[in-house]
Each structure stands twice: as structure tokens, then as C-alpha cells.
Design a protein around this ligand. Structure first.
Ligand code: NAD
Ligand code: TDX
Length: 334
């Protein structure tokens, strides 16, 4: 089976590639990645003959058409993925997330190739802290940021291409991922690498915002369950019942690294900051038999701390620039 993985040099895509090569000897992978600031091709450097890397843009119709024609399956991870960046400059988000997805859909349509679309729970907007509800496949779309609205638009393109053109496609919307190879701009790696570099962790606003954490390997196992057994045209929500507030995450990182639990700062809040995300993944569990393996968040977080401590060469070069970028807008408030 020949699989085209877009965005395979980024966090979740690279973990997907590593795990797939390990677990599926019949799969050959081509990664199509623009190698933006978010990519780290060193993650894929020593993987051998069953993988090749093509540097290119998912919005480039010529490259995309040629590659799609030569594969049995497309798994589309490539995106501009960081909310804070989308607030500073949305243009690349529109280009990659909307035009890029459109370009892939047209190639998949022309060549009749199976397509799986990776998306986010942020398309549903947010929940109040005391809301007993969680997102389901039936929750109406209500995105808040340039990032989440371009992801929502990309999902709707996929749905329309399924209905209008009979595309063989599935969609998954997953909650917040953590694990190895995540860029240090994101919350968990940022705070781990702050502490490792002697910088105090930074909590936006009051630190009470809740994210529904899932280990990246559990996400990717669910993606394969949907590719193998999902119903064409359907959407599946992926989540592992991992709701934790941001302050608790920071306190846990500090504790794991042997620091006082209050050695962090509150900084200016993210504009439009979504309060809480929570996924009901009943459909995925009952219809496709998927279950997460990482059930203890503290243990998964502790293993992730170990990974960043043991792999400083993977992240240290990008760390200074990322912190300079944050310093330009962030003010300590408490
Ligand atoms: P990431 O930013 O770590 O990686 C994105 C990758 O896409 C990078 O390698 C980048 O170079 C590549 N890319 C960007 N623009 C491109 C373009 N125009 N053409 C080709 N490649 C391009 O992102 P991630 O966290 O690994 O997210 C992967 C996917 O999963 C995204 O679609 C994201 O919306 C979705 N998702 C992420 C999370 C999360 O918690 N990180 C949760 C749910 C869904
Ligand atoms: O320094 C920080 N301090 C802080 O309190 C950073 C970087 C973030 N935060 C907060 C904001 C969020 O409440 O932590 C939470 C997580 O922030 P991010 O890592 O930026 O993730 P989020 O905005 O929730 O989006 C992530 O999950 C859904 C991914 O970046 C998206 O790609 C995915 O779709």
C-alpha cells in the first residue's frame, strides 16, 4: 500500500510515519511537506527505504496531482496549526488550510484515491467550564480563531466533495495532542523546555482554561482504525477523556522536574481564548472498537518531559527564536 502523508515532518504527521513504518510492513510512505518553520526533517532522517520526502506545498496543484496519482491513500496532516500565529497573521492559514485542502481534494477526485482528513475539535468552538456537555459528531460548527475557522472550512470542503463528487473520504476531529517531537511553540513543550532552560512557565489569563489531552500515539491509532474500518463520508471524534486545566498541567511539569509548584507566571491572555474543549468519543469506541492506551496523563506527561530532557538537540535551536516572538506581545501580570 502506497500512502501519501502531507505534513509528515510536523508533530503528529511524523509520529504517524514512525508508528506506521514500525507496525505496518506492507506500507510505503511518501511525505509531502513544505518544511515550514514547524517542520523538523531530522525526525525522519534515518528511516530507510520505505519512506521518501518530497519538499513541496499542498497548494501546488502540479506536485499534488503527480503525487496523488501514484498513491492508494492520502492522509492529510499538513496545516498551519498554531492559534497564536493565526492571530498575528492569518494569511498562511487561509492558503494552507483552505487552498491546500481544496488542491488535494481536486487531485483525489481526479484519481479516485481514498482520502483521510485530519482535523481538530476547535471547529466546534468552546464550552463553559461548568457545562456538563461534550462535543459530539452532531455539535454545530462554531470556530473562534483564524486557525480554527480555516480548519472548519477545510472540513466543510471535504463534506461537500463527498456529497457532490462521491469522494471516498473520512474526517477525524481530535482533541489536544501531546508527546515527543512537538514544536516548542505549543503549550506543553514550551513549558517543559522553559523549565529545562531556567525560564518560568507562562500561563495565559487565569490558567483555568481546560484542554482534553490525548497522547499522539493514541490519536494516530484512531486514524488507522478509521482508515481501516470507518464508513466513507463519515466524521469521527477522537478523544481520551483527558480534560485538565492549564494550571494543573504546569504544576505537574514543575513537580516532575523537581521545582516548586508555584514557580510560574501569569501572562496576558490570548485574544478570544477558547475556555474549554471536551470530546465524546463514544462513536469511535463503539463502532470501530478503538480505545486509548495512555490512561494516566501524569505518566504520559512525565515520559514526554523525559523525551525533551533527552533530546535537547532536537529543540534547542528553535527555542530562542520562539521565546523572542512571545516576548514581543506577552506581559507578566502575576
Ligand atoms: P505542526 O505544525 O507540528 O506540523 C504541520 C506540518 O505541516 C509541518 O511539517 C509543516 O511544514 C507542514 N506544512 C505547513 N504548511 C504546509 C504546506 N502549505 N504544504 C505542505 N506542508 C505544509 O502541526 P501538528 O500539530 O502536527 O498538526 C497536524 C494536523 O493535526 C493539523 O491538520 C492540525 O490541524 C491537526 N490537529 C492538531 C492537534 C494538536 O494538538 N497539535 C489536535 C487536533 C488536530
Ligand atoms: O505559553 C502558553 N501558555 C498558555 O497558557 C501557551 C503556548 C498556551 N497556553 C494555553 C492556551 C491554551 O489554553 O495552553 C492551552 C494550549 O495551547 P496551545 O498548545 O497553543 O494549543 P491550543 O490553542 O489548545 O490548540 C492545539 O490543540 C488543537 C493545537 O495547537 C491545535 O493545532 C489543535 O487543533
Amino acid at each position: 500500500m502506497r500512502v501519501l502523508v502531507t505534513g509528515g515532518a510536523g508533530f503528529i504527521g511524523a509520529n504517524f510515519v514512525l508508528r506506521t513504518l514500525e507496525q505496518r510492513p506492507d506500507v510505503e510512505i511518501t511525505v509531502l511537506d513544505k518544511l515550514t518553520y514547524a517542520a523538523n526533517p531530522s525526525t525522519l532522517a534515518t528511516l530507510g527505504e520505505r519512506i521518501s520526502l518530497v519538499e513541496g506545498d499542498v497548494a501546488d496543484a502540479v506536485i499534488v496531482d503527480r503525487l496523488v496519482a501514484d498513491h492508494d491513500l492520502v492522509v492529510h496532516f499538513a496545516a498551519e496549526s498554531h492559534n497564536d500565529n493565526s492571530l498575528a497573521d492569518p494569511s498562511q492559514f487561509v492558503h494552507t488550510n483552505l487552498v491546500g485542502t481544496y488542491t488535494l481534494l481536486e487531485a483525489v477526485r481526479a484519481h479516485g484515491v481514498r482520502y483521510h482528513h485530519i482535523s481538530t475539535d476547535e471547529v466546534y468552538g468552546d464550552l463553559e467550564l461548568d457545562d456538563p456537555g461534550r462535543f459530539t459528531e452532531a455539535t454545530p460548527y462554531n470556530p473562534s480563531s483564524p486557525y480554527s475557522s480555516t480548519k472548519a472550512g477545510s472540513d466543510l470542503l471535504v463534506r461537500a466533495w463527498v456529497r457532490s463528487f462521491g469522494l471516498r473520504a473520512t474526517i477525524s476531529n481530535c482533541s489536544n495532542n501531546y508527546g515527543p517531537y512537538q514544536h516548542v511553540e505549543k503549550f506543553i513543550p514550551r513549558q517543559i523546555t522553559n523549565v529545562l532552560n531556567g525560564i518560568r512557565p507562562r500561563l495565559y489569563g487565569d490558567g483555568r482554561n481546560v484542554r482534553d489531552w490525548i497522547h499522539v500515539d493514541d490519536h494516530n491509532d484512531a486514524v488507522w482504525a478509521i482508515i481501516d474500518r470507518g464508513e466513507i463520508g463519515e466524521t469521527y471524534l477522537i478523544g481520551a477523556d483527558g480534560e485538565v486545566d492549564n494550571r494543573t498541567v504546569v504544576e505537574t511539569i514543575l513537580e516532575v522536574l523537581g521545582q516548586p509548584a508555584d514557580a510560574f507566571d501569569f501572562v496576558t491572555d490570548r485574544p478570544g481564548h477558547d475556555r474549554r474543549y471536551a470530546i465524546d468519543s463514544t462513536r469511535l469506541r463503539t463502532e470501530l472498537g478503538w480505545q486509548p492506551s495512555y490512561l494516566d496523563f501524569r505518566a504520559g506527561l512525565s515520559a514526554t518531559v523525559d523525551w525533551y530532557r533527552d533530546n535537547t538537540e532536537w529543540w534547542q535551536q528553535t527555542k530562542v527564536g520562539v521565546e523572542q516572538g512571545y516576548a514581543a506581545t506577552e506581559k507578566v501580570i502575576g
